[in-house]
Design a protein around this ligand. Structure first.
Ligand code: MN
Length: 283
């Protein structure tokens, strides 16, 4: 039987959230999520099929760039040794650091982002906020817009200029209403296909603010509208099962605003769903 290798990399860093005047606290996410993940898997036999290693990237206070460099280094090493990586944030800015690592190892990458927002804000006055990761990947030439798919954006929180930017880069936007019309599974099939076209690796991002506030109140920027728990768990499972996916970025879980721990618990379940998908991979 095929054995799978997984590395869960914690990045307790939310300075990028602070820089966008969001609600800091996502730095407390990784520890809590992993604790719940342990609880969740206590009675599940995973050891025979999957080896899971844990690592924490030590952030550098108030230094987004240098922290991202550390993230890149850790994820690069993981990918190079044949592991599938899960990065737990922290602010969404971290996805630039982890995405860069996959680019450096795989050269041609696709990116799926499940998010209430576009996260393609420009870097202004050197401030690398949590709203910037995908613009940075695109501008650096690491990501080709044609392999970039965003799922879950909805009015009215997003600026038209960010929509236009994604459009101009030939990125694909699957809005929340459209996904609910065609179904989550069909939307993801479409997204995985686009991201995998002529690429060697796909990155799968979940910003927890893509989930309805009643299921995921503990995040930096909660929204009333969004996906259900069932939809997001299906997404994680399908991503796990997809052979092209090398990295799962799980972002913006903020325990300081959680209610009865339900956001943290959902995040732990997302990791387990992703793993259940991995086990179903053929190669
Ligand atoms: Mn985001």
């Amino acid at each position: 039987m095929k054995r799978f290798y997984l590395r869960i990399i914690s990045v307790p860093f939310d300075y990028g959230v602070k820089l966008i005047n969001g609600r800091p606290g996502a730095r407390f996410g990784p520890k809590k999520i992993i604790r719940d993940f342990y609880k969740l898997t206590r009675n599940i036999e995973l050891k025979d099929i999957i080896t899971i290693k844990y690592e924490t990237v030590r952030p550098i206070a108030k230094n987004v760039k240098k922290t991202h460099q550390r993230v890149t280094k850790a994820v690069r090493k993981s990918i190079r040794s044949g592991e599938i990586s899960i990065v737990i944030g922290g602010g969404h800015d971290i996805s630039f650091g982890s995405g860069r690592a996959v680019f450096l190892e795989s050269k041609k990458i696709g990116q799926i982002n499940i998010d209430a927002h576009y996260d393609v804000r420009p870097v202004v006055n050197g401030k690398i906020t949590s709203g910037t990761p995908f613009r940075r990947l695109l501008e650096a030439g690491f990501l080709n817009g044609e392999n970039f798919v965003e799922l879950g954006v909805h009015a009215p929180k997003n600026l038209k200029e960010h929509h236009d930017y994604v459009f101009q880069k030939k990125g694909v936007l699957l809005r929340l209403d459209y996904i609910n019309k065609i179904g989550m599974k069909n939307a993801l099939d479409k997204a995985f296909k686009i991201a995998a076209r002529k690429t060697n690796a796909t990155i799968f991002d979940v910003d927890i603010d893509s989930v309805q506030k009643r299921f995921a109140p503990g995040c930096s920027a909660p929204c009333t509208k969004g996906f259900t728990k069932k939809q997001i768990l299906l997404a994680a499972f399908m991503a796990g099962r997809n052979n092209n996916i090398k990295l799962f970025n799980l972002m913006e879980v903020n325990p300081l605003y959680d209610v009865n721990n339900k956001t943290v618990e959902l995040a732990a379940k997302l990791i387990l769903s992703f793993i259940k998908g991995i086990i179903k991979r053929e190669k």
